[in-house]
Design a protein around this ligand. Sequence first.
Ligand SMILES: [Zn+2]
Length: 470
Amino acid sequence: MTAFRYTLEPTAAQEMLLRTAGGAARAAYNTLLALVKSGLGERGTDPDVRVPWSKFDLINAVNAWRRDLDAQGATWHRTIPSIVFEEAAADLARGLVAFTDSRKGRRPGPAVGFPAFKKKSRTLYCFRIRSQKANVAVGTPDRLRAVRLPRLGVIGVREDTRPLRRLLSPGPDGEPRARVIAATVRWRRGRWTVAISVEAPDLHPAVRHAPPEVEASGWAGVDRGLIDLVVAATDDGTETARVPAARIYRRRQEGLALRQRRLARTRPDSRRRARALQKVSEYQARTAAMREHRLHEVSNLLVKNHDRLVIEHLHVAGMLANHRLSKSLSDAAFASLARILVYKAAWRGVIVVEAERWYASSKTCSRCDHRVATLPLSQREFRCPECGLRIDRDLNAAINLAKQGPRLSRLVRFLSCPGGGHHPGPGPASSGPGDQRATQTHRRHRPTTGTAAVCGPSTARTPTTALPGA
Ligand SMILES: [Zn+2]
């Protein structure tokens, strides 16, 4: 599953509806939670009391609540798609299951508490519409930059929807490459957004059935730089890309601090406070958008100009983030960049492989393979005591990564590869490319190959633990 997020441009009337729907989802959730809590309380004295707990129970309960609203003459909920209420019930059910699983030790990770009420002041508007009978659509014939949601109608979006529309339109076999699972509408950072989650996006048809054999030449390494965001180079030492880290962040930080100081000077619950808060969130939204835009630019640049890329081991990239505060931003950016890079690469049939976990790309001489013991971060130049090579440290690292390409591709360290999306044949749209058949056909591939690599951070970052045949 992957999600496409767009900024909504609702009309004033639509915005009212969005607020109502967001408020309705919260009200439904809280009403159900109150029901569960009072049920649990009653069960303390009467063990026969039935507490709604499962998704099924909770959906029934939310529908009963809506009938009560009708009986009271409250019809506002009729303007909202009923699925919004059901999804709120499903959310609570998920929270309850997570709580019990966590308590009984069936759930890894940190302990999950009992679901809490969603406070109005803390909770941003958020609701989900699961697509039923294709009632969530992207683009209409006369308006491409729009989404169609049940009851809410056609709402304009700011961005180009073409990549998603192409995934949703029928391919050569008449089946769309992906289908919409749900639309999640949020009010965040001062604007309305919709995230359309889709299942089973396939690789580009042109490369779908390409064999996974990989040529030995033409690899480029991508190093996450300290001064530069990325430096890319081929194995013969040619620098193919160098993107300076944007200096905007520091300036943006000052702007943010200014707005936050203004916010701090307002009185609680005042109108001025609401306005100041809106300014802060708008500013943060803009900063995040600028950062994201840049990552898209950089990854486009990389996948457009290369066929085969080697990137650092993502786990290492993530771990280094702990060491130095000043670097944490570039590390975080690199992890996001890698995620975006991998799915863009998958679409274009560009191969991306990941270097081995402790491969010292920075400390190795790209000419003679001599490895130096240390290389302080302040040292911008790599100097080889063996062969006398003097070279920019990031360029050196990128060349080293590029040189690893042929070997890594033999070890099947693909994050994205042309054979990864191999479909045994045109199947129903619902059979995801991450399905058993595809995985079994290429058992030695990481499960993240092909479309699964499009799945976002969690799968894309999954480190390979075992190296087949290594
Ligand atoms: Zn050397």
